[in-house]
Write a protein that binds this ligand. Structure first.
Ligand code: ADP
Ligand code: MG
Length: 695
């Protein structure tokens, strides 16, 4: 039996370790930096660095790394050992405050969206003291932000920290009107992470999975998820051993892994942590994804984090549970027992409603990726239309306010289980709505459109920014009201803004066709593809928003858009290339072999005047599919050439979607039909059943 409380955070340079190992004044100075973001002096940095190094060496570390989150979407690290030569050919282990605070990786090979040409390759990593350092694989990891020589952001962490700062300032202005002056207000996030586990030996036989992270082919298995027998089902022993190991590794690193269960699709699972401050939640989610893959190796499994590894069964998402709290622990999205009189809650809630409506485009594009395009709107994840679920009680209250009538609180209905020994439970203020992209779930919003592989920084930057901007507007207005008029002014604001933005509220079934129509008549955006969504990134209203809040400069917004467009084109191009190669070199040869088998058989049977009608029909089908697939491969190459010939990244991305993705889908259909009729021993790849059903 492991002692979890002993194990938890044992590899983390956390507050407890700091208190133990740092002089009192150094500890205090560092805590102040962590809480308020005040810069740290070089003396303090030196002392922290030495203590950190000594601690890390005790934990087996030989190297340190500045760990950062460039625009690639994955984390980056370069290891440096602690050694420093001294006289006599020996070394000592050394780590200075300067090395802790600042690193200088060559930035030229990370995407910058044209912000930095290769001859100005310099980029800096700067220590983020708000996220704890930790030891993993004998390396001391120091979470950092990554910026260019001239101060432009090259990563996801810096703008996230800036957006948190903007939100904190704005929320504090509003709270002041309610007579509250907390030190800080921070967004907290709990990201629920979905993943697939498949046997490693089969993975190795699927070049599509290895190269692109998803299967580009694969006929639907006879048994998929239709029996709903996997969701919350009992966990198979091999998977359970994996989950136990995963929890242990995450706990050591201070990640609050809390919930584990089977998900809807076969071989699909979920891990949810306890929520934390969003920058820490972001670091921890990146770490969780890395550890998920690493631990899988030990179990001869592979962990797939792609948003849609298998067609025909659900893909994987990541629910981003978001709320805002004061430093004193007050959750500003907690309606409390007396909802009707909770004016402060209503102001913050209205701010979120307005923010989501005004910046639907930013929320949508923050989750856009080639992989996630397969999920959104496919009846397994929210549609591409952003809307909000508030539940009946809160919607009723807002509607009543809007119509100027009195509101009487609904009493939480008692739910009876009908079993005496089971305690009575009360209905939540909101029921669950599993189809909404942005659902209020009692004291937080759950943004459900994220794909499983996404770095959660971007969607949270958007939410923080949108809400901060609205709160600033509210504060501008309400600060003008005299104290005696404050309540009336706040109510008038809520009423006005709710009426102006209630089109974004939808409590019904987001998967239905009727909603698509209704949303259109409400004037909501429906940005179906990644290129379409990204085209909104640099709209003047967005550039102005980021500029006002000092999150991105104009140049940085354009750079981000370009990086994402380019990434989209590259992903599609790699998938198309992989597909063509596998069709030409593996699938068509297998199908040709099968056609030869059939032809031989027909010739022999005919010579004996035996019946060969069925074989002839099969042969006709196989030959037809071979012709169609081959022709589609050629059209795929034409589409790729059209992308190359296009001018500008937006045009390249648009053509990638309209032509390359479309032909890929068609080509896949021919190949999947071939798979269903070709003998198993001739087919070059393990089937969906092999991959999904036999762990
Ligand atoms: P589900 O959506 O599957 O029902 P839960 O309701 O158990 O899941 O919670 C999902 C996630 O929401 C967890 O990671 C949890 O820590 C997080 N969460 C709970 N309260 C908050 C909050 N106030 N702010 C942010 N996240 C929260
Ligand atoms: Mg959830």
């Amino acid at each position: 039996m492991i002692d979890v409380s002993e194990l938890f955070g044992s590899m983390v340079f956390n507050e407890r370790v700091m208190r133990e190992r740092l002089a009192k004044d150094v500890f205090k100075a560092l805590q102040k930096t962590i809480r308020t973001g005040k810069p740290i002096s070089s003396d303090v940095a030196d002392e922290v660095a030495t203590a950190m190094k000594d601690w890390a060496i005790e934990k087996g570390a030989t190297h340190y790394t500045h760990w950062f989150q460039p625009m690639t979407g994955v984390t980056a690290e370069k290891h440096d050992s602690f050694i420093q030569p001294v006289d006599g050919g020996a070394v000592i282990m050394k780590f200075s405050g300067k090395q802790l605070i600042k690193g200088e990786p060559d930035a030229s090979s990370f995407p910058s969206g044209g912000l930095r040409s290769t001859f100005e390759a310099r980029g800096y990593t700067a220590w983020d003291p708000t996220s704890y350092a930790f030891v993993k694989d004998s390396v001391l990891y120091i979470p950092t932000a990554f910026i260019s020589y001239s101060g432009q952001v090259l990563d996801k962490k810096t703008p996230l920290l800036r957006s948190m700062d903007a939100l904190s300032k704005a929320a504090k202005r509003v709270l002041k009107l309610f007579g509250k002056t907390p030190d800080s207000v921070t967004p907290s996030v709990g990201p629920e992470q979905e993943y697939f586990l498949i046997p490693r030996e089969l993975y190795k036989k699927r070049p599509d999975l290895i190269i692109t992270g998803r299967t580009l082919f694969g006929a639907k298995p006879p048994k998929g998820q239709e029996l709903d027998d996997h969701y919350f089902g009992s966990i198979k022993t091999r998977v359970l051993r994996y989950m136990e190991d995963l929890d242990t590794e995450l706990w050591k690193l201070g990640v609050n892994a809390k919930t584990r269960h089977n998900e809807v699709a076969p071989a699909q699972h979920e891990l949810a942590p306890i929520y934390s401050t969003v920058n820490i939640a972001t670091d921890h989610n990146q770490l969780t994804m890395a550890i998920m893959k690493q631990v899988a190796e030990k179990h001869d499994l592979v962990c797939l984090l792609h948003e849609k590894p298998f067609a025909g069964v659900n893909g994987s998402g990541k629910h981003n549970n978001w709320s805002i709290s004061t430093g004193d622990g007050e959750n500003l999205l907690e309606p409390g027992k007396d909802l009707k009189n909770n004016l402060q809650f209503m102001v913050f809630l209205t701010a979120v409603i307005k923010a989501v409506d005004e910046h639907q485009d930013l929320l949508r594009l923050s989750v856009a990726s080639a992989g996630n395009d397969h999920r959104l709107g496919a009846n397994e994840a929210p549609p591409a239309i952003i809307s909000m679920f508030l539940g009946d009680e809160i919607t009723d209250l807002l509607e009543t306010l809007a119509s100027g009538k009195e509101y009487s609180n609904r009493v939480g209905n008692r739910l009876s289980t009908g079993v005496q020994s089971v305690p009575e439970i009360y209905e939540d203020t909101t029921d669950r709505n599993r189809t909404s992209p942005f659902a209020f779930t009692g004291n937080k919003f759950e943004f459900r459109s994220l794909g499983s592989a996404l770095n959660i920084a971007c969607p949270n930057i958007m939410i923080n920014a949108a809400v901060a901007d609205v709160l600033n507007g509210f504060a501008d207005e309400l600060e003008k009201a005299k104290p005696a008029e404050f309540k009336a002014a706040a109510l008038a604001l809520i009423k006005r803004e709710y009426i102006a933005h209630k089109r974004i509220v939808f409590n019904g079934d987001n998967y239905s066709d009727a909603w698509v129509e209704e949303a259109k008549s409400r004037g909501l955006l429906n940005l179906k593809s990644t290129p379409e969504a990204l085209s909104y990134y640099d709209l003047p209203k967005n550039v102005e928003l980021f500029d006002r809040l000092k999150i991105y400069t104009d140049e940085e917004v354009h750079a981000r858009k370009d990086i994402l467009l380019e990434n989209y084109c590259k992903v599609i191009n790699i998938e198309a290339g992989t597909m063509s190669e596998l069709v030409l070199k593996q699938i068509l040869p297998a199908a040709v072999k099968f056609s030869t088998m059939l032809a031989d058989n027909i010739t022999k049977l005919t010579a004996l005047h035996a019946e060969a009608t069925m074989q002839t029909q099969m042969l006709t089908t196989v030959c037809e599919l071979i012709q169609n697939a081959y022709a589609a491969v050629q059209r795929l190459a034409d589409a790729q050439a059209a992308v190359k010939a296009a001018v500008g990244l937006q045009a390249e991305a648009d053509i990638s979607y309209a032509q390359v993705v479309a032909v890929m889908q068609e080509l896949r259909e021919y190949c999947d039909r071939l798979e269903t009729i070709t003998p198993k021993d001739l087919w070059p790849f393990p089937s969906y059943s092999d991959l999904l059903l036999y762990i």
